[in-house]
Design a protein around this ligand. Structure first.
Ligand code: ADP
Ligand code: MG
Length: 230
């Protein structure tokens, strides 16, 4: 896949998504537009239920839109088959899910190696690269442990390692400091920043913690499905 040098990593235009049916339906995304270039960091703050996870899942191609469009590296996600979308995610998007979504029957290093193996890399090479990534992110000692043997902070770092084990263009992190104290939250955010910066990726972090972020970040508020830049 090639993208012109002026093509942003991400373009979201008029994205709308209603979840649930009838009286219980919620407009989780309400005319959301956003453009992100390589290297940019966007911090999106919003209360629980404001649509943050829905936004990230839509950008990752895991949640369809009712109207509007998401383009990643110029490719409209709605025009891709499921297999093409999965390949786009593997090669270009790293997702750190709110509840990590690590595979409990695999060790940390096997979890991190999974995207490489799915993309055709031989297991020994993938395992070696995954172990190196865990080292870089400060949890090398966890490589051989199963998910149930990791603390919350360690799971968080393993999830970041998995999302960034191959160089990606866009990193999406859903409440990465959600269950951590303030200083651990800052450390996790720093790990995400350096992981994204290493491949020149754009980074979107959604959080309910208004105090996270650096002055150089682009700051957004999410409220009732609407996204506004500060
Ligand atoms: N599967 C679903 N069915 C109905 N409503 C949903 C579903 N998933 C999420 N919602 C609602 O959509 C809104 C946005 O949810 P979400 O994106 O998870 O918010 P956040 O991540 O900011 O907490 C919330 O009101 C939530 O209750
Ligand atoms: Mg959420």
């Amino acid at each position: 896949m090639t993208a012109g040098s002026t093509e942003p990593v991400l373009r979201v235009a008029g994205a709308t998504r209603t979840l649930g049916a009838g009286a219980a339906s919620v407009r989780a995304l309400d005319d959301v537009s956003l453009r992100l270039d390589r290297g940019e960091v966007a911090v999106v703050t919003g209360a629980s239920g404001s649509g943050k996870s829905t936004l990230l899942h839509a950008i990752a191609g895991l949640e369809p839109l009712d109207s509007g469009a998401v383009r990643v590296l110029g490719r409209d996600l709605a025009g891709l088959t499921a297999a093409e979308a999965a390949q786009l995610r593997r090669r270009h998007i790293g997702v750190v899910f709110q509840f990590f979504q690590l595979i409990p029957t695999l060790t940390a290093v096997q979890n991190v190696a999974m995207p490489l193996i799915l993309d055709g890399m031989a297991a020994p090479t993938a395992d070696a690269r995954a172990a190196a990534r865990l080292d870089e992110i400060g949890v090398g000692e966890c490589a051989g442990r199963f998910v149930g043997e990791l603390s919350g902070g360690q799971m968080q770092r393993v999830a970041i390692a998995r999302a960034t084990v191959a160089p990606v263009d866009l990193v999406l992190a859903d409440e990465p400091s959600g269950n951590l104290d303030r200083s651990s939250g800052e450390l996790v955010l720093a790990a995400l920043r350096s992981a994204a910066a290493a491949s020149g990726a754009a980074l979107i972090v959604v959080t309910h913690d208004d105090s996270l972020g650096l002055p150089s970040d682009r700051r957004f508020d999410m409220c009732d499905g609407r996204l506004t830049e500060r």
